[in-house]
Each structure stands twice: as structure tokens, then as C-alpha cells.
Ligand binder design. Structure first.
Ligand code: GSH
Length: 212
């Protein structure tokens, strides 16, 4: 039994952490704070995440924030609970997991979010088609690289699904993928489908719908 608490609605980036905890079969207490909840900016929550944002966790008194960093922590601490393990099996694997997670944040997160905001999320009168187009042009090169890598191996570290796949796939979420033209990247499309159709991911997608 863990004393893991997860803060944030499944409709936020907290979905990433909920996916990880569900993959690991971790028991957790969920507080589904929404982005606009005033509690995020109040001292009790700011102690857990001084940025006043979700997701955040409290694992037996250890407070942690930043979705992908939380997942790296959970994988390192509890990864062996999954079969095959989601944790790094060596220093070299851990380095690769960091490499893919940092890459997802630097090369994909901002342009994919821009596309999502301007094609799906903002009300039509607040959308800027050019901003979405420019951001889509920006992700062509990283997606082409990812497609090449996935042509060589089924998952980012080789034959097994690890936290590297989970972290990159949650940045390339199903809803973000639906906003871009992925036809030129068939390996990415196939890998993302395999990741997003895992039972733990489907369970969190159902939580997101229920939170709507
Ligand atoms: N880089 C952070 C981003 C966190 C973030 O932007 N969270 C949003 C919800 S998805 C939030 O809490 N927004 C409320 C605010 O910024 O006040 C992460 O990946 O955890």
C-alpha cells in the first residue's frame, strides 16, 4: 500500500501521471482540482507545488510536480511493479529515458499545445490559423526523426514499453494527434495507437470523458 496522493483533474496534464500510476497498479488518493480552482493558489497547495499548477503529487510526504518528472520518479520507485518493468534497467537506459522525456518537452510540447489551442480548444473567434500552421511546420522535423527511430524498434528503448514511451506518448496525446496531419509519419501513428490503446491509457481517457 502506498500513501500516494495525486492532485489534478484527468482533463489536465494530470492525465499523464494518472496513466503512469494506473500502469503500475498503484493505489492512490485522487483530488481532481481543476485549472481554475482557487485552491491551486492557496498556501496548502503551494507547499506541494509552488507553481500553483497541476499535476502534483504527495508520496508519503514527498511533494513533487512537473508531469514528466513525476513519471520519471514513479518509474524509478515503483516501475518493477509492472511486468515487464517500466523502470530503467541500467544507467544507460535511464539516460535514454531522460533523453526522450527532455526531447518531448523541448521539441514537441509547445508547438503541439499551440496547434491544440488554435484548432480545438479556443473559441473559434480566438483561434489563429497561422499560429497553428507555423507550429505544425515546426514539428515536422522532430516527428520525422521519431518515425525513423520507430521504424527500427517497436518502442523507444527497444522491445518493451517503458516510461520513455509513456512520457513521449502523453505529450503526443490522442487529442493533440487528432489536430495534426500524421499521414507522413506512419510509424509514429502506429506506435502512438499501441501506446494509447493500452488498458491504463484507456482507463484514464474514460476518466477524462467522465470529468467533462
Ligand atoms: N509543465 C507543467 C505544466 C503544468 C500546467 O500547465 N498545468 C495546468 C493544467 S494542464 C495548470 O495547472 N494551469 C493552471 C495555472 O497555470 O494557473 C507540467 O507538465 O506539469
Amino acid at each position: 500500500m502506498t500513501g500516494l496522493k495525486i492532485y489534478g483533474t484527468a482533463r489536465s496534464r494530470t492525465a499523464r501521471v494518472l496513466w503512469m500510476a494506473t500502469e503500475l497498479g498503484l493505489p492512490f488518493e485522487h483530488t481532481p482540482l481543476t485549472m481554475g480552482d482557487g485552491a491551486l493558489k492557496q498556501p496548502p497547495f503551494l507547499k506541494i507545488n509552488p507553481a500553483g499548477r497541476v499535476p502534483a503529487i504527495d508520496d508519503n510526504g514527498f511533494a513533487m510536480s512537473e508531469s514528466l518528472a513525476i513519471n520519471l520518479y514513479l518509474a524509478r520507485k515503483y516501475g518493477e511493479r509492472a511486468t515487464p518493468s517500466l523502470a530503467p534497467a541500467s544507467l544507460e537506459e535511464e539516460a535514454k529515458i531522460w533523453r526522450w522525456s527532455c526531447w518531448a518537452l523541448t521539441d514537441l510540447e509547445i508547438p503541439l499545445n499551440t496547434i491544440h489551442l488554435h484548432r480545438n480548444f479556443f473559441p473559434p473567434d480566438k483561434r489563429d490559423a497561422k499560429a497553428a500552421e507555423d507550429a505544425e511546420a515546426q514539428v515536422q522535423r522532430p516527428l520525422a526523426m521519431l518515425d525513423k527511430v520507430l521504424a527500427e524498434s517497436p518502442y523507444l528503448l527497444g522491445s518493451r514499453f517503458t516510461v520513455a514511451d509513456l512520457n513521449v506518448a502523453c505529450v503526443l496525446s490522442a487529442s493533440r494527434l487528432s489536430a495534426i496531419d500524421i499521414a507522413a509519419f506512419p510509424q509514429v501513428a502506429d506506435w502512438a495507437k499501441r501506446c494509447h490503446e493500452r488498458p491504463a491509457s484507456l482507463a484514464v481517457q474514460a476518466m477524462r470523458k467522465a470529468d467533462a
